[in-house]
Design a protein around this ligand. Structure first.
Ligand SMILES: C[S@@+](CC[C@H](N)C(=O)[O-])C[C@H]1O[C@@H](n2cnc3c(N)ncnc32)[C@H](O)[C@@H]1O
Length: 209
């Protein structure tokens, strides 16, 4: 699975931004951030060869809908071939900035979760601002709705002040280690029955819980 990923990295290093796909542990920790036993509308930005996608698909409810935005045509084709038989999954070879229109076309006012693997830190500031705003606007105004990212740095926290709350943890079992960060749209978000806190950051001094 990772051969195609490496090949596309060599052709588009800044867009792909990683030589190898996420580790099993990172995939598990990202998936654990979502309550997937109920029907959900889930969106993934930059699934690459589909390592997180396969875990989400494995866990998600039969009536859920997963929409994938993959900019790279070859990776999008690879995803299409993997998930063609699953009617819950839609693969779009498109920029994730087109999310709002894509949701509307499919009759969804909002989505419940947005998982992102795109290299946000290298986006130019205006594009980053617009994308974070459309991400926020596309999430449902519910307790569960959240934007979940995995990134080498936690710089996005400073750009996500419009989200109500944030929780972040460091995953060492990935090459390179990554922050897994969850931004809740609503101030009342609860997951697995535990309140996740109140306004502001849940990072301690070194960004780990
Ligand atoms: C670092 S890779 C992550 C791949 C995979 N999710 C993983 O964890 O191994 C980033 C992926 O995001 C895609 N990408 C970058 N910018 C994008 C955008 N604006 N919209 C959709 N996909 C994008 C790239 O083509 C690449 O496949």
């Amino acid at each position: 699975m990772s051969a195609i990923f490496l090949k596309r990295f060599l052709q588009r290093p800044f867009q792909i931004a990683s030589i190898i796909p996420s580790s099993r542990e990172l995939i598990r920790r990202v998936a654990d951030k979502m309550e997937l036993s109920e029907p959900r509308v889930i969106v993934e930005y930059g699934p690459g060869e589909g390592c997180h996608t396969r875990e989400i698909v494995r866990r998600m409810h039969p009536d859920s809908h997963l929409i994938l935005f993959e900019l790279d045509p070859e990776l999008a084709q690879h995803l299409e071939a993997q998930f063609r038989a699953d009617r819950r999954v839609t693969v779009l070879n498109a920029d994730c900035a087109t999310l709002s229109a894509a949701l509307q076309r499919r009759g969804h006012a909002h989505c419940d979760y947005i998982v992102s693997g795109i290299p946000f830190s290298i986006l130019e500031p205006a594009k980053k601002r617009e994308l974070l705003q459309s991400t926020f606007d596309s999430l449902a105004p519910t307790a569960a709705a959240a934007f979940i990212i995995y990134q080498v740095t936690n710089e996005l926290v400073a750009h996500c002040r419009h989200f109500s709350r944030v929780e972040s943890a460091y995953c060492l079992q990935n090459l390179p280690p990554m922050f897994v960060t969850k931004f809740y749209k609503s101030a009342n978000g609860r997951i697995n029955g535990h309140a996740s806190g109140i306004n502001g950051h849940h990072l301690n001094g070194n960004g780990r819980h």
